[in-house]
Design a protein around this ligand. Structure first.
Ligand SMILES: C[S@@+](CC[C@H](N)C(=O)[O-])C[C@H]1O[C@@H](n2cnc3c(N)ncnc32)[C@H](O)[C@@H]1O
Length: 255
């Protein structure tokens, strides 16, 4: 996670894909998971780029409380001693700067969409795993195998500690046509870059579950995925979207 310190209070971030912002002593501290974007933002706003310290998030993380998500999940901070209600699986929120504790709408929306897909016996790839929360959910839903990756070392370490087979780096390390289900909760502009990668990694009958983008970005993202057809979508808080796509090659072969 990266932080840009800008002198003065910024309240309009335009189209910059920020991950958070706060006011500190007359400065704006703006957070980004992507270093290249953070550097561009710093340059455009005369700010100073730093590696974020996770302590800055402590107050916010102390405010986390347990909550139900969809029909299957119970997301709870690691300090919460209560077990999950019957029929729900507890996904523990781990503090830190790695995205995917379970507090964000896009993580919850992806978990909700995952309930609408059969994972039993499927091979799953979780691209941009963060804390590994979606991979854990895929295992609970009966996936035969789950592999995850993240470009951030802290993230792949955290997912590994969660018991997920994960590696640090881009998905290009993986062979073609390998996965039944792809889980990708990543900012909209990254989906545009990675769209060809989803086709490469997918088996002919694959399912793609996407989130991390806004409704206003959906049309461009869908246009970048000509081999996939959208079969479901939910609108989340603040205009975020979570959606399910089917690989069009499967439809073509079953005609
Ligand atoms: C929005 S977070 C999602 C985390 C988690 N999967 C969730 O749903 O809560 C996106 C993650 O993708 C990682 N990421 C961004 N670009 C990536 C890329 N090209 N390849 C792999 N990981 C990437 C980031 O480091 C970040 O941890």
């Amino acid at each position: 996670m990266y932080m840009v310190r800008v002198s003065g209070i910024l309240d309009d971030f335009g189209d910059w894909p920020i991950d958070g912002a706060e006011e500190r002593d007359g400065e704006s501290w703006v957070y980004f998971s992507n270093q290249v974007v953070a550097r561009s933002f710093a340059k455009a706003n005369g700010g100073k780029l730093e590696r974020a310290r996770w302590e800055v998030n402590l107050d916010y993380q102390r405010s986390w409380t347990a909550k139900p998500v969809g029909t299957r999940w119970w997301i709870a901070p690691e300090t919460d001693p209560e077990p999950a209600p019957e029929g729900r699986h507890r996904l523990t929120m781990r503090p830190g700067l790695v995205f995917g504790a379970g507090d964000h709408d896009t993580t919850c929306g992806t978990l909700e969409m995952m309930e609408r897909v059969s994972f039993i016996g499927q091979s799953v790839f979780d691209l941009g795993t963060g804390t590994g929360i979606l991979s854990e959910a895929a295992k609970v839903l009966g996936a035969a195998s789950v592999i995850a990756c993240d470009v951030e070392a802290d993230a792949s370490r955290m997912a590994h500690d969660r018991g997920i087979a994960t590696f640090q780096g881009p998905s290009s390390a993986l062979p073609d046509g390998r996965f039944d289900i792809l889980l990708v909760n990543i900012p909209g502009y990254v989906h545009l870059d990675l769209a060809p990668e989803y086709s490469r990694l997918a088996k002919p009958n694959a399912t793609l579950i996407l989130s991390g983008y806004y409704e206003w970005q959906a049309e461009r993202i869908e246009a970048a995925l000509p081999e996939f057809s959208k079969r479901d979508q939910i609108l989340l808080g603040d205009g975020w979207v979570a959606s399910i796509f089917s690989h069009a090659r499967a439809t073509a072969s079953s005609d």
